[in-house]
Design a protein around this ligand. Structure first.
Ligand code: ZN
Length: 194
């Protein structure tokens, strides 16, 4: 269903190299309302899973910093940006990038300093899986690697889990020093309709 990759030798992060708090993130203004809502749920879920240690300073409705088509790696002074991209849109994603990324629904690309790109290919992510892709990519952003052996983990390469599992929390807390819970942390609030 969903896949992504981490393309840098500096990942995953560890306890001596965790992201400074709060983490400043810029969100593409091209996301539609439900997507923004679910991106917010994703940030909140990671904050709850870390017992409040991981915090985000989110800047909403930000114009794209450049045309992605021409750039792959984040620029050093760009900060962390979550891109809304159409994988089939040749004005945004070149043929070459398409060929490289076409099996992905989301992608995390770390950059120099504190900069990073999170790409969400909204034209290939099904409505009901959008939040899983976003939670998974933010998991990479805060330093987590894949949980290859645990299909219920949100950091499973295919992000099939629907909550932040004890496996994810164990990895998270090894970086940020929180106490992992034994119970899954819900991402979508009760009563919210996907
Ligand atoms: Zn991944």
């Amino acid at each position: 269903m969903v896949a992504c990759t981490v393309r840098d030798s500096s990942y995953p992060l560890n306890a001596s190299h965790a992201r400074r708090q709060p983490i400043s993130v810029y969100v593409d203004r091209n996301f539609v309302d439900y997507e923004k809502r679910e991106i917010k749920f994703a940030f909140d879920a990671w904050t709850r899973a870390s017992n409040g240690i991981v915090q985000f300073d989110v800047h909403w409705d930000v114009p794209k910093p450049y045309v992605f088509y021409k750039h792959e790696k984040p620029k050093a002074d760009q900060g962390i940006f979550i891109w809304q991209l159409g994988l089939y849109d040749r004005s945004e994603v070149s043929e070459k990038l398409y060929n490289e990324y076409h099996s992905y629904h989301g992608l995390f690309i770390p950059g120099p300093n504190d900069s990073a790109n999170i790409l969400i290919f909204t034209d290939v992510v099904a409505r009901e899986h959008f939040y899983q892709v976003v939670v998974h990519e933010i998991g990479h952003l805060i330093g987590l690697d894949h949980e290859k052996g645990h299909e219920d983990a949100i950091m499973y390469p295919h992000a099939t889990g629907d909550c932040i599992s004890k496996w994810d929390m164990k990895a998270l807390c090894s970086i940020y020093g929180c106490s992992p819970r034994n119970q899954c942390v819900n991402i979508i609030p009760e009563g919210y309709k996907l």
